[in-house]
Write a protein that binds this ligand. Structure first.
Ligand SMILES: Cc1cc2nc3c(=O)[nH]c(=O)nc-3n(C[C@H](O)[C@H](O)[C@H](O)COP(=O)(O)O)c2cc1C
Length: 354
C-alpha cells in the first residue's frame, strides 16, 4: 500500500473495507484477527459508555462506508465524516502526502464528501458494536456568515443515526472555516446548534451529545473564550485537536512545505498542550476527547493525564494498522494496574490531582 499514492492507497483500502462491511463473514474474520484481541477497559465520555478509550478520528470514513469493518477491528468508537449537507469534490489532487521520516501526514482534502444523502443511505445499512460519531461541516460554497445553516441542517439530518455529533470548525482546508472559532461567530453558532439539538431531542426522544472539534493553533486567549462558550452553551465535549498549519523546523520530509493540515507525531505535543489548557479551564464540566499524534499507550496516557477522557487516532493508524488498538488498550490497562487502580476513571481522577 505504501508504494501507492497516499490517496489511492486510502481509496483502495476503504473500498475493500466497505466490501467487507456488507458481508458478516468478512467482518467476523476481521474481528477474529484484531477486535477479539482488544481487551475491555470501560470508560464513560459524554454520557456514553465506551468499551475502552480508543476510537478512530474523523476523516478516514467520510461517507460512512465501512463502520462495521472499523468496529470489527476493535475501535470502541468511530467518528465518521466530515460530512457536508451537499456533495462536493474537495480540493484538486494531489492533496494527501506521507511524511514518512516524520511519521506524519499533510492533507488538504477540503471536505470531499458524498453529502448527507449518500452518507445516510450508507449508514442505514449498518449495525455495529462501536459507538457511531458523526462529524459535520459546511460546504465550501456556503458563505461563512451562513455557515450555521449548514451545521444545523446536517445535524438535523444525521441526528437519529448518531451516538454523538461532532461540529468541525477547525479544518484548515476550507476557506475561513477556522474564523468560526472566533467569539463573534462562535457564540451565535453554538446557540443555534444547541437550540437545534433540543428540538431534535424532542422529536426523536433521545439526547445525542454534541462535541466541538478545535484546532491546535489557538492562542491561550482564544482557548479561554472557547472554553467559556462550550460551558455556557452546555456542550458535551471538546475534541482537541484537528491538524496544525504550523511547520516545526524539525520536519525532514520533502513534502514538509505542502499546504494543508499536518498530523501525526509533529502535532502530538501541540495537541496535548491544548488539552492541558482546556482541562484547566473546563475542570470536567465539559469532557475532552484527545487526538493528535498518538502512536502508543504512553502517548494516549499522556493525553489522558493532561485531561482527555477518551482518545482517537488517525495518522499512526495509517502507519501501524489495526493491531495498534489492542496494543494501546493493553498498555493503558497495565498503567492503571501499576498505579494500584482497578478502573481507568478512578485512576485518572486520582492521578490528575497529583
Ligand atoms: C487525511 C486526513 C483527513 C482528515 N479529515 C478530517 C475530517 O474530515 N474532519 C475532521 O474533523 N478531521 C479530519 N482529520 C483530522 C483527524 O481527525 C485528526 O484530528 C488529526 O489528524 C490529528 O490526529 P492524528 O495525529 O492521530 O492524525 C483528517 C486527518 C487526515 C490525516
Amino acid at each position: 500500500m505504501f508504494a501507492l499514492d497516499p490517496e489511492k492507497a486510502h481509496d483502495v483500502t476503504l473500498s475493500k473495507l466497505a466490501f467487507a462491511s456488507k458481508r458478516p463473514f468478512l467482518t467476523s474474520q476481521i474481528n477474529r484477527f484484531f477486535g477479539k484481541h482488544v481487551p475491555d477497559l470501560p470508560v464513560t465520555c459524554m454520557g456514553i459508555n465506551f468499551r475502552h478509550p480508543v476510537g478512530l478520528a474523523a476523516g478516514l470514513d467520510k461517507d460512512a462506508r465501512a463502520l462495521p469493518a472499523f468496529s470489527a477491528m476493535g475501535f470502541s468508537g468511530v467518528e465518521m465524516g466530515t460530512v457536508t449537507p451537499k456533495p462536493q469534490p474537495g480540493n484538486p489532487k494531489p492533496r494527501m502526502f506521507r511524511l514518512l521520516e516524520d511519521q506524519a501526514l499533510i492533507n488538504r482534502m477540503g471536505f470531499n464528501s458524498g453529502g448527507v444523502d449518500e452518507f445516510l443511505s450508507n449508514i442505514k445499512k449498518t449495525e455495529t458494536s462501536a459507538v457511531a460519531g458523526i462529524n459535520v461541516g459546511k460546504n465550501a460554497a456556503t458563505p461563512i456568515e451562513d455557515a450555521h445553516f449548514d451545521y444545523v441542517s446536517a445535524m438535523q439530518r444525521v441526528y437519529s443515526h448518531a451516538d454523538y455529533i461532532a461540529i468541525n470548525i477547525s479544518s484548515p482546508n476550507t476557506k475561513s472555516l477556522r474564523d468560526l472559532q472566533n467569539e463573534s461567530f462562535l457564540d451565535d453558532l453554538l446557540l443555534r446548534i444547541k437550540t437545534s439539538q433540543k428540538k431534535c431531542e424532542k422529536v426523536h426522544k433521545r439526547y445525542v451529545p454534541i462535541a466541538l472539534k478545535v484546532a491546535p493553533d489557538l492562542e491561550p486567549s482564544e482557548i479561554e473564550v472557547i472554553a467559556e462558550l462550550v460551558i455556557s452553551h452546555q456542550f458535551d465535549a471538546v475534541i482537541t485537536t484537528n491538524t496544525t498549519v504550523a511547520r516545526p523546523d524539525s520536519l525532514q520530509s520533502k513534502h514538509a512545505a505542502q499546504v494543508g493540515g499536518l498530523s501525526g507525531a509533529p502535532v502530538k505535543d501541540l495537541s496535548t498542550e491544548c488539552i492541558r489548557q482546556f482541562y484547566r479551564l473546563l475542570k470536567g464540566r465539559v469532557q475532552i476527547i484527545g487526538v493528535g499524534g498518538i502512536k502508543d499507550a504512553d502517548d494516549a496516557w499522556e493525553k489522558m493525564l493532561a485531561g482527555a477522557d477518551y482518545v482517537q487516532v488517525y495518522s499512526q493508524f495509517i502507519y501501524q494498522g489495526p493491531s495498534m488498538i489492542g496494543d494501546i488498550v493493553k498498555g493503558l490497562n497495565a498503567k492503571v494496574q501499576s498505579h494500584g487502580f482497578n478502573d481507568l476513571s478512578t485512576a485518572l481522577t486520582a492521578l490528575r490531582k497529583t
